[in-house]
Design a protein around this ligand. Structure first.
Ligand code: SF4
Ligand code: SF4
Length: 143
């Protein structure tokens, strides 16, 4: 009988210990963020969705050297390159990143000799289909 009462007292004690932790946090300011209605501030060094930069005139800085595509460990960057007879410069007719495969490692950004490939702080990339994660120049090039 004594052992039975002891078990009840131990159970009650462990309940009090648990409640002590609950009470400690009960009166503190909640840390939960009601995403997507509330969003945390993102650090500028965040490696989010890639963007390609242009110069002040809105001309693409990328010259289609393909270094980013070659260095990408998962080969999720592809592009088509041509030589523009107007200025004899190499340009891209398409530049595609499959963000469904991208692991946001930043190697492509580091390697870009033109420094025109950058990570943004944008991380919202949702789609019901994998094809929706594949972005082209219309989404990636920022003028
Ligand atoms: S961040 Fe990494 S995985 Fe993503 S495209 Fe660049 S090199 Fe490839
Ligand atoms: S490394 Fe830079 S300049 Fe070269 S193709 Fe990629 S984005 Fe363009």
């Amino acid at each position: 009988m004594n052992a039975y009462i002891l078990k009840i007292l131990r159970g009650f004690w462990s309940l009090l210990v648990g409640m002590k932790v609950t009470l400690k946090y009960f009166f503190k300011k909640p840390v939960t963020v009601q995403y997507p209605y509330e969003k945390r501030e993102i650090a500028p060094v965040w490696r989010g969705i890639l963007n390609q930069l242009c110069d002040a005139k809105g001309v693409e800085l990328c010259d289609g050297c393909q270094i980013c595509g070659r260095i990408c460990p998962v080969q999720c960057i592809s592009m088509e390159v041509y030589k523009d007879p107007a200025d004899n410069k190499r340009k891209t007719s398409s530049y595609i990143v499959d963000f469904g495969r991208c692991m946001f490692c930043g190697l492509c950004v580091e390697a870009c000799p033109k420094k025109c490939l950058v990570h943004t702080t944008d991380y919202v990339l949702v789609s019901y289909e994998r094809a929706g994660m594949v972005l082209g120049k219309d989404k990636l090039v920022k003028r």
